[in-house]
Design a protein around this ligand. Structure first.
Ligand code: ADP
Ligand SMILES: C[C@H](O)[C@H](O)[C@@H](O)C(=O)COP(=O)(O)O
Ligand code: MG
Length: 487
């Protein structure tokens, strides 16, 4: 059977075809397209119609390749939502989580309901753009005409099949689900004047959504397609597609964001997890994604956007390697880096404010970004070990960021963990594996991960003792504590 993954991240989308050949899972990227939000009148929106059109173009490519029957799964970034009226039409365009409207909303909401209560209820990290805060800022007129609130991947599935569901992994990123009752939390819904009836019924990865309604898209020559519900939050699919085994592994889903965490069979909701802002997003097959958002490759993507010359990501790594000493220590998780006007200037201003040498060249900027990302990774792994009492022995870096040899090696050196880099298309692979489990082609998650190891190149990075790297974490801590004192 042919399986197609639609994986749409914040910076790019792709349709990846998967099939078994000689006992291995073989994938083929059949369509790739740019994604990214646009800013109109200082408001950030996604172009959802563009995404739907690209999915249809990708499916047409599959048909042209001779595939007339396939299954399809859709995963995208989390937290953002679509409001539908009684006729199933969008009430408004879809906000991007990088919009500034929620930058102070957590403070507003927690005046009514303290953080500790919200965390006890949801186990979800406090990110300014969680759906809870976006809906809190929503125009009440829009909510009054809203029949359904859907996540982006569920909405795209609805466009293709006419079927409405609320897939649980994406839903959990809303910070509206009660991790104890496994239902929408009524007290939180009351804060945003919504009722649980405005959300379609829950669905789990592996369930069947329905047939692609080809008649709706008659200008496209499409294959006969069965849409399967997968782990529709892309990070959840990435974790399915991470080849960890046993109890002592952690992952970094490294793309526009870096999601660093472990897979747990139960939520971990305690004071230390709250203090360090770890989340318990729901995973596939009843697991929990105990992780935290780290700003990720967004920073280098934005630097690239502001450079006069066009650099590819290999060149950034090459230039970064040439810089032998990192002279800037920056907490890139500071909200000032969420969506600054100009990332290069923001980095330089941060260094001015903290009396650090200002990075100017591409190599200095890339080295600064990659070095501080690796430091944050290493510190976060230590935090997870402290919070869970578990020791981590292997760290799997998956996603496009797994190609960054500079970060892979420095993270191994700083954390002392063996790094396993790849697969770079872990999200699409995880999407396809859920489709295969759903069709009983493979039995379960463990078998799926063994198949990944057997099918894809995973590159290993052992920790190397480097004098200059050993002091980096201490210098980072000093710089950050000085910055905090200056606040
Ligand atoms: N050849 C490469 N070398 C180093 N980094 C790379 C390379 N290719 C991609 N990347 C990194 O991967 C990131 C994109 O990862 P991806 O998983 O596709 O993101 P998303 O799913 O968020 O769109 C880029 O921003 C870049 O930092
Ligand atoms: C806003 C969310 O934290 C974000 O969507 C993250 O969970 C995610 O899905 C990142 O995926 P990318 O592929 O865009 O890095
Ligand atoms: Mg991605």
């Amino acid at each position: 059977m042919i399986h197609i993954a639609v994986d749409i991240g914040a910076s790019s989308g792709r349709l990846v075809l998967g099939k078994m050949e000689n006992g291995k899972l073989v994938i083929e990227e059949i369509h790739r397209f740019a994604n990214g939000f646009t800013t109109q009148n200082e408001t950030c929106f996604w172009d959802i119609d563009h995404l739907l059109n690209e999915i249809l173009k990708g499916l047409e490519s599959a048909k042209k390749l001779g595939y007339d029957h396939c299954t399809l799964g859709i995963d995208t970034w989390g937290t953002d939502y679509v409001l539908l009226d009684d006729n199933g039409h969008r009430v408004q365009e879809v906000f991007s989580y990088r919009d500034k409207r929620t930058e102070n909303t957590i403070e507003k909401v927690t005046r009514t309901l303290p953080k500790e209560i919200i965390y006890q209820k949801t186990g979800i990290q406090f990110l300014s753009f969680n759906t809870l805060y976006q809906l809190y800022e929503e125009d009440i007129k829009n909510l009054k005409v809203t029949r359904n609130v859907m996540t982006v991947p569920d909405y795209l599935g609805y466009c293709l099949t006419g079927k409405k569901v609320t897939e649980v992994t994406s839903a959990s990123s809303m910070q509206l689900l009660n991790v104890n009752t496994k239902k929408f939390d009524e007290e939180l819904l009351n804060l945003i004047a919504l009722s649980k009836d405005q959300f379609p019924p829950f669905a789990n990865p592996g369930e069947r959504l329905g047939k692609l309604m080809k008649e709706r898209f008659s200008t496209f020559d499409l294959p006969n397609t069965e849409v399967i519900i997968v782990a529709s939050h892309d990070t959840a699919s990435a974790i399915v597609g991470s080849p960890g085994n046993g109890e002592k592994w952690a992952y970094i889903s490294s793309g526009t964001w870096s999601l660093l965490g472990i897979e747990s069979d139960k939520p971990i909701v305690n004071e230390l997890a709250l203090k360090n802002n770890y989340t318990n997003e729901w995973g596939a097959y009843g697991t929990y994604r105990f992780l935290k958002n780290i700003i990720g490759m967004w920073v280098i993507q934005e630097v690239r956007r502001h450079l006069k010359e066009d650099y590819n990501f290999e060149q950034f790594v090459y230039e970064a390697e040439k810089i032998k000493v990192c002279r800037q220590f920056i907490n890139f998780n500071d909200k000032r880096f969420l969506n600054p006007e100009n990332m290069i200037q923001e980095i330089q201003q941060y260094c001015r404010e903290t009396n650090q040498e200002i990075p100017h060249t591409v190599g200095e900027l890339a080295n600064c970004i990659f070095t501080n990302m690796s430091i944050i990774y290493a510190m976060s792994i230590r935090q997870i070990e402290e919070i869970t009492g578990k020791s981590i022995e292997q760290l799997h870096i998956v996603g496009g960021g797994a190609k960054n040899e500079f970060v892979n090696q420095l993270t191994a050196d700083l954390s002392g963990k063996t790094i396993y880099a790849g697969p770079t298309e872990a999200t699409a692979i995880g999407n396809i594996l859920v489709q295969m489990i759903s069709g009983n082609e493979i039995s379960d998650l463990q078998t799926a991960r063994q198949l990944i190891e057997h099918s894809f190149l995973i590159k290993k990075y052992e920790p190397k003792e480097k004098i200059e790297s050993s002091s980096l974490i201490e210098k980072f801590k000093q710089a950050i504590s000085m910055k905090e004192e200056c606040k």
